[in-house]
Design a protein around this ligand. Structure first.
Ligand code: SIN
Length: 282
């Protein structure tokens, strides 16, 4: 097995490993590489659903997939698997997020205890578009001026639950653009990663985000300033998907977004979400 760093601010490719049967020794190297590089790509994998779940579980217990905007929950019989797809069968989307852009976000940060990691496995990929970008939120934090670091050190942020990253309203919630009253949960803006001990910015999503207790206009200005540091090209890396790619990322120190693609082409990926355990919560 080889670990090939991307040369960007995050990301590495792991070569010469079959995720259907990973030894304990290889797993500990993969785990180390994941903490060091934040996002890992494994190409050319041939996994069935059980293999994907088994490999994901090496990192910890799995969360159930969030409910899709259409109300469907998961791959039948596998509540752990979230389907990311624009494909429509018998008039019903088989997955979430459509074919439009998915804006920068961290998965499921609207929960009290968001998953520490997510893993995407590519089944069908369009000929162009749909690239996924990741940014390094340790580096985003480190790039802030000292005065801004001091200003946010004890501040918390409300992470909106209303919209998913494709801009769709989540099942059971009403559309709103009021950051103060929208439903969501509050997390510290600066969090210490429980496994690396490094400080990272934790911003979740921009839409309807709100700095707890601040006048709204002040919160908007502060968030715009923080976001301007978070998504610079020089702290990002992107994956141009191929069928058989598995990409694993750390939600505690990265965000991601996806380019749009031609809605007349097919894109299907399966995603698992790995829970934070209580000792590891931030
Ligand atoms: C996601 O945000 O989990 C999906 C990203 C993608 O479609 O590439």
């Amino acid at each position: 097995m080889q670990v090939i760093p991307s040369g960007a601010a995050l990301g590495a490719e792991i070569q010469d490993v079959e995720l259907g049967g990973v030894s304990d020794l290889d797993f500990s190297e993969i785990h180390r590489a994941w903490l060091d590089h934040l996002v890992l790509r494994f190409r050319g994998q041939r996994l069935d659903v059980e293999d994907l779940i088994r490999f994901s579980r090496r990192f910890g217990e799995l969360d159930w997939a969030p409910v899709q905007e259409t109300g469907r929950r998961f791959v039948e019989g596998h509540p752990e698997i979230y389907v990311v797809s624009n494909v429509i069968e018998n008039g019903v989307p088989i997955g979430s997020l459509g074919a439009g852009e998915a804006v920068w976000h961290t998965d499921m940060s609207y929960l009290e205890n968001p998953p520490k990691a997510s893993m995407l496995y590519a089944l069908e990929i369009p000929p162009s578009g749909g690239d996924t970008y990741f940014c390094n939120m340790y580096r985003a934090y480190e790039s802030l001026p000292d005065a801004l670091k001091r200003r946010i050190s004890n501040l918390s942020l409300k992470h909106d639950a209303t919209y998913n990253s494709g801009g769709y309203v989540r099942q059971g919630l009403a559309a709103t653009d009021d950051p103060i009253s929208s439903s969501g949960v509050v997390h510290a803006i600066v969090r210490t990663h429980p496994e690396t001990g490094r400080a990272a910015l934790y911003l979740g999503r921009r839409r309807n985000a709100y700095v707890a207790g601040m006048p709204l206009a002040e919160s908007e200005t502060l968030l715009d300033e923080l976001w301007s540091y978070a998504t610079h090209d020089d702290i990002a890396w992107s994956n141009q998907w191929q069928p058989g790619d598995v990409v694993l990322w750390d939600n505690r120190c990265t965000m991601h977004r996806r380019d749009s693609f031609d809605p007349n082409t097919r894109r299907i990926l399966y995603r698992t979400q790995i829970k934070s355990v209580s000792g590891e919560r931030m």
